[in-house]
Design a protein around this ligand. Sequence first.
Ligand code: GCO
Length: 444
Amino acid sequence: MQVISTLLLLICSSLLSANTPLLFPNSFLKGVAFSVHQNGGDLFGRSNWSVFEQKKTVLGTPTVTGNQRCNSSVGFWQKGFEDIALLQELGCNSVRFSVEWSAIEPEPGVFNEVVLNFYERYCDALIAAGIQPTVTLHHFTHPHWFDVIGGFEKEINITYFVRFCKVVFSRLNNKVALWYTINEPTVYSFMGYILGMHSPGKTMHFTLAGTVLKNLLLAHVRVYQELKKLPGGQQAQIGIVHQLLRAQAYSEWSPFGKFTAWFLNFCAAHKQTKKFLETGIFEYKIPGIVNVQTHCPEAPQSYDFIGINYYSRVVTGITGPTCFPNEVMTDMEYAIYPDGIYNAIAEMATLGVPMYITENGIPDAKDEHRAEFIKNYLKKVHEAVLDGYDVRGYFYWTLMDNYEWDRGFTQKFGLYQVDLTNLNRVLRPGAEPFKDHFLIANRA
Ligand code: GCO
């Protein structure tokens, strides 16, 4: 069956010219991704990020650009239900969002029924609108009380995360198509413990960075195992979301560029994470500086799929991140690099499970390059599907402009532009290829 539908798709696609819509298989998930903290802020002011954004960096500057506060961000808790119409307008058949641990369990062991009920109703409303919910259990935020007892710095604390996940899973499982345990463990560890730019803002703590990454990966395995034992667990699709980030030197002749690329590759820990998922062996070491290791034999059997977050590569020049000639830079430190998404898919395919692009997007305040970005990246994803890679969905980051962590509201990733004075959402022209160029076969 799979072969026949791929062949049909291949024939249809080759008959279509470059400007006609890309046709994806009818079971393909077309969605957008967001995290509830980034879109709705901290409901009770009890999360790690509410504490972090009040702090100063090691240089004494505010932790968030312009000393901005997330507050209620772009109003998810108030407008989430009406925003479902925006998903429909884009032609989404799925969405990826997170559950907010600090709102659901504001005190250890005390679960907030109103918030759990909100999520239940939100999932029901999505399903009624023809949109399959997919849920991230940890997307950078958690209750401040969890940090007070050491957060993911202590392996023993994994048990609190497991308890939270079990409560959420038991409430929502029959409504959720995909469960993502943890969003980007590598980014959490790198940004939080080496660069100090994300919560908890610790800088150059290599051993803690390795320990936290190890514990997040172990937490993923534990959550997977525990959820599988619950009613509905065997049928549930549970995976992890990994940011596939690679750095490369602009010039082979620049020792600085080469060193920075090596350093970034070590800290962004793609290799270490992939090896853990493949073999269960975790090794995070630089002789004389850091040595964190573990072996978890169950890891290779602990994911039903892999979520891939892919934006671009980092090119290290003499004065900082740069791009190659003829490449176009985005508003952040990376260029538009569509070939990279194909390579990422090909590389992660060796894990032997279905793949979902769980994030891909462009910060582009002027909306100059968004259409080109989406078109070219989607083309590569489509090519990968035609080449037989088992990619089952694509989620654009993100639905609307939101709070971009340490950068506050300065980065504009949204398909919808948000006016921060009145929270009006307006579809950007650059969203067109996502809306009209990316079609699911049975809708064509
Ligand atoms: C991440 C997160 C998102 C970001 C997005 C844009 O990769 O840091 O998953 O929360 O907002 O990637 O940078």
